[in-house]
Design a protein around this ligand. Structure first.
Ligand SMILES: Nc1ncnc2c1ncn2[C@@H]1O[C@H](COP(=O)(O)OP(=O)(O)OP(=O)(O)O)[C@@H](O)[C@H]1O
Ligand SMILES: [Mg+2]
Length: 242
């Protein structure tokens, strides 16, 4: 069984090959870390998976279903949802309203009443209940990141794509967010997470994929991947022998 399968996925922006011929299968129920230097193509790969942009070549499969080129809305309804690297809640809406909207339109759409009940449950789960009635604009960065996760969870995803949910958090906030990711996985959600906070991604992931210049340069258990010379070189640059 695979939750998600990429087959030769390539994305070109003019002369730039942002993602090059990625073939990979993601097993259900796992946390997969997606790492790599800035500009490696991580977010682009997420955008191709969730339908924000079509691939230049290749196929995206969700279970047995080909989803290549479908709209983000259709893909979300099927059960793949993305959190954004730059969080963008509806700033004028309350926290509860921000979560009720995706609850109504996600997998197995809901009427207004059940969507609101679902949103309340998600706010409880993500620790945002006390902030339910304030405008999203007054939230701290850590709370906005949690709201972004709550909005994604409200769509009842089978596969959750997390793009740098730990970025900008202090150690205590980061620890809390790591706990939340573990709880989401415990609910049976398959998670792929882009992360630069190496300690967290190594601790959380069952498997780590490393991108560099759009190519998959390593794939394996975290401890193993972290020690591979090509991964160290991708982060530090080529070693100068003296
Ligand atoms: N819409 C676009 N048009 C043109 N080039 C783009 C576009 N989106 C991304 N790129 C380029 O594609 C490459 C990969 O970008 P991407 O955002 O996927 O990297 P990333 O691995 O997510 O980096 P970071 O860790 O900094 O978030 C970069 O060189 C980027 O400038
Ligand atoms: Mg990115």
């Amino acid at each position: 069984m695979t939750a998600l399968r990429l087959d030769g996925v390539t994305k070109r922006f003019g002369g730039l090959l942002a993602v090059q011929d990625i073939t990979v299968e993601i097993a259900p129920g796992q946390i997969t870390g997606l790492i790599g230097p800035n500009g490696a193509g991580k977010t682009t790969l997420f955008r191709v998976i969730n339908g924000s942009m079509p691939p230049t070549a290749g196929h995206v499969m969700f279970g047995d279903l080909e989803i290549t080129g479908r709209s983000p809305h259709a893909i979300c309804r099927l059960g793949i949802c993305l959190t954004h690297q730059i969080v963008r809640p509806f700033l004028d809406l309350t926290v509860l309203e921000n979560v009720t909207v995706p609850a109504a339109f996600g997998r197995g759409a809901r009427a207004a009443g059940p969507a609101r009940a679902e949103a309340e449950e998600v706010l409880e789960f993500t620790g945002l209940s006390a902030r339910r009635s304030v405008a999203a604009s007054v939230l701290t960065l850590a709370e906005r990141k949690r709201l972004e996760i709550a909005r994604a969870l409200a769509t009842r995803p089978a596969v959750l794509l997390l793009d740098e949910v730990l970025a900008g958090l202090n150690p205590a906030e980061s620890e809390r967010a790591v706990g939340l990711v573990r709880q989401i996985r415990a609910r049976g959600v398959t998670i792929v997470m882009i992360e630069h906070v190496m300690r967290a991604v190594m601790a959380l992931s069952d498997r780590v994929l490393v991108l560099n210049y759009g190519r998959l340069i390593a794939d394996g258990p975290p401890a193993d991947v972290a020690n591979r010379p090509q991964v160290i070189e991708a982060y530090l640059g080529p070693r100068i022998e003296g």
